[in-house]
Structure formats: C-alpha cells, structure tokens
Design a protein around this ligand. Structure first.
Ligand SMILES: C[C@](O)(C(=O)O)[C@H](CC(=O)O)C(=O)O
Length: 426
C-alpha cells in the first residue's frame, strides 16, 4: 500500500504490551491532546514500544482539526530533532515488524494514514530512554546502582564527567541552590521540575537521573501533574514520601507523616499517571514514618506501596546497620534504595556494605553540596581576610570549567553544522 510498506520498525522487548493495549480513550480536550503529543514525543525518544506512539497518534486524530494540525506540526519538528538511525534496518524476523501491519492491528484503529507515514520514519531500535535503562537494570540484574547527589547543573556535570550508574537530584540541595532555603518543603513542583529537566537533559540519552519528588506537592491531582512533568523532563526515577506537605529533611527531628491511607493515595496517583503514560519511570515509595510511628509501620506502609505497584522502597533514617540489613531481607527481592546522609540521623554505610546487604540503589544526597560548602566558604573567607581567593595556581582554569560543562560538544555541534564560531579556537 502506501510508502510505509517497505519501511520497518525494530521493536524493543517491551513489545508484548501490544496484547494488552486496547484501551483507547474517547474524544479529548486540548490538555489531553497536548499530553498525548508530549507523551508521543517521549515514546519516540524512549523507544519503548510502537503502541504508545500509535495510541497517541490516534488520540491526536480525534481532537479538533486545529489541534490536530498543530500537534502534527510539532510532532514533525520533534522527529526532525531526533533523526532515526536509518542505517539500522535489521531484518531479524523476531524483532522486526512491518509498521503497516502493526498499525493495522485491530486494537489500534483509526490512525490517520499521514500519521502512519510519520510513524514509519521512527526507528528507535537501539535507543532506550534513561528510565528504561534504569528500570531494566533493576529488573534484570542484581547490581547496586550508585548515585552521587547533585544539586545544580555544575555538580551534575562534574558527576557526569566522573561517570556514575545514575545521578540523584537532591531536593535539599535543589532547595538550597535554587532558592537559598532550608529543606522544609519550600521548593514547589515548578522549581523541582525545572531543575530536574535541566539536569536530566545534560546527558539526555545516557545517565539516568533519579529525582526527589518530596510529598508530590499536593493531592492526587497535583501528584498526577508532577509525575507527568517528571516523565516529560526525562527523569528516570523519583521518590515520593509520606511526610506532611510542610515536610522537612528526613534527617531532622520533629517529622510528621500523613495517615497510611493518604500516603497510599499518593502512591496510587503516581502509579496511575505512570501507567497512563506507558512510562518506564521508576516509582520509589519512601516512608519517613520511622521517627514518629516506628519500624513496623514503615514495613506495613512499604508492603502496601509495593502491592500498589511501586518499583522500589525507601525507608528513611535507619537507626542502625542491623535495621538496614533487616529491611532488605524483609522485602527481598523487591529492591530497596538506601539514602546516605553523612552526619545525619543514620549510621554511615559504605557502597561495599550496602552491596553486601543487598540494597539495589544507594544515593549520597550531600556528596556534592557538603564539599561545595566547605570549598566555597574557604575561598570566600580567604578573599575576605587575605584579599585573594587561593584559586590562582590551583590549575582550575575558566576553560577547564567550561570543558566540564560541555564546551567541546558545543564546538563540535557548531563545526558539524558548518558554523564558524570556533574555527579560530576558543
Ligand atoms: C534525600 C533528601 O530528600 C534529599 O533531598 O536529598 C534529604 C536529604 C537531607 O536533607 O538530608 C532527606 O533525607 O530528606
């Protein structure tokens, strides 16, 4: 039939979703349409499956004409921005399906033919989103995923240059660096989303970012928006907790948690948003109930969160190494994340010890913020008392700092595009 007949799409192992994907919403409003298009974009770059792409296209196709044409325009632009690896047209019969046949599947009716042409140009055969990378690593290995805390673009760049399994965007550090405020629930969704978006997209196709989502910033509707926004921001995983909205750092005294019912409504809302988006973003259920309600209540809350589909558990503020090890055993093989906050309320557990205990993710929330505090304060004090910063002779040059921030990539992009901005160097 059309131009699509000779085009092939290599599908990822997530393909079996096809059989269960016949839920197609009815007519949609502008908001839903925009979400569909954004989710579509996400799936293009994520390479999850063809189904969400086709489903989103269908959703777009039932919107009003102006929305549809607007969405198609933006869609086409997005595809141009992410050119497919056209050289890879593997013919492995298990992994290659005709786009045309696939879109003709009766569970995916009414896809516009011009949209099929667009879909046929998408070949996300090798690309996995950071969320998918993180999720598969949790599902298919027993690795301990080690994440340094990053609190801004520069600390994230430094962590990327050192090389880690994943990064952790600390809410405490975000609040400190973005707002200059303590970790008391003062950062709003817009602050956290914008910060996460910037950090997650410094290396958009690589190192996964796990980001703090605090309490979810409100009730189920706000949490739904928060999850949608984190997904669109290319965040690979997030944790959501049971503290009251006026929360505080998990390593301060006087914490208060909401009831188990309210907590579970948060988890349910988060999971529902993830499923609706067909996203692989990793849902980490955190409980801060230890201080106020004790260990058994934490265990009950995390078991309930697990039953609702949370991918990972986080029990905040362990009192001892024994308690940490006990929790891993309690939930195995469900993965647990360990939050290390040096000089906080919990004992220091090293990467090797955490691996031995069986934790699956370890975050060092203050690994960037605390040393930055010491180094910056030292330089400022020296400047004040001695009239110099002490940086001279340290070997840290402006060029070196900009290199960490991707200067070479910027130069390469310019050169490859035929630009001349850097032909005489920098
Ligand atoms: C993990 C945490 O949520 C963070 O924002 O990094 C904080 C860290 C901290 O403030 O000590 C927490 O443990 O609550």
């Amino acid at each position: 039939m059309s131009t699509t007949s000779s085009m092939f799409l290599t599908l990822t192992p997530a393909m079996p979703h096809v059989e269960n994907s016949n839920h197609v919403p009815g007519p949609i409003d502008h908001v839903t349409l925009n979400l569909a298009v954004e989710s579509l974009t996400y799936h293009i770059v994520s390479g999850d499956t063809l189904v969400p792409i086709a489903k989103s296209l269908r959703e777009a196709s039932v919107g009003d004409e102006s929305s549809v044409s607007q969405s198609k325009g933006s869609f086409t632009e997005q595809i141009k921005a992410y050119p497919p690896p056209m050289s890879d047209t593997s013919t492995d019969s298990e992994s290659v399906l005709s786009v045309e046949n696939h879109l003709d599947n009766p569970i995916l009716p009414a896809v516009h033919s011009d949209n099929r042409d667009i879909a046929a140009t998408i070949l996300p055969s090798e690309f996995l989103s950071p969320a998918t990378i993180l999720k598969r690593r949790l599902e298919t290995t027993k690795d301990l995923i080690v994440c340094p805390g990053v609190y801004d673009g520069f600390s994230a760049r430094i962590a990327l240059s050192v090389g880690f399994d994943a990064l952790y965007m600390t809410g405490a550090g975000t609040t400190a660096s973005r707002l200059g405020q303590p970790d008391l629930g003062l950062a709003q969704l817009s602050d956290m989303r914008a910060h996460a978006d910037m950090i997650a997209n410094l290396d958009p196709y690589g190192t996964p970012l796990i980001a703090d989502m605090d309490t979810g910033y409100g009730g189920p509707n706000t949490i739904t928006l928060a999850v949608q926004q984190y997904i669109r921001a290319n965040v690979a995983g997030f944790h959501i907790e049971d503290q009251v909205l006026t929360k505080r750092c998990g390593h301060l005294s006087g914490k208060k948690v909401v009831s188990a019912d309210v907590y579970l409504s948060r988890i349910r809302a988060a999971k529902g948003a993830i499923e609706k988006a067909r996203s692989d973003i990793v849902l980490i259920a955190r409980t801060d109930a230890l201080q106020q309600l004790g260990y058994d209540e934490c265990v009950a809350r995390l078991h309930a969160a697990r039953a609702l589909g949370a991918d990972v558990g986080l029990l905040e503020g362990f009192r001892s190494k024994e308690q940490a090890a006990q929790a891993v055993k309690e939930f195995a093989p469900w993965p647990l994340l360990l939050n290390i906050v040096e000089n906080g309320h919990s004992p220091l557990i090293t990467v090797d010890e955490a691996r031995e205990m069986g934790f699956r993710i370890i975050i060092f929330s203050f690994a960037g913020l605390a040393p930055a505090y010491g180094a910056i304060k030292g330089a400022y004090e020296k400047l004040k008392t001695e009239g110099v910063t002490g940086i001279q002779g340290s070997g840290v040059t402006p060029r070196g700092i900009f290199d960490v921030c991707g200067l070479r990539d910027c130069m390469r992009i310019d050169e490859e595009a035929g630009g001349e901005d850097f032909k005489d160097g920098v």
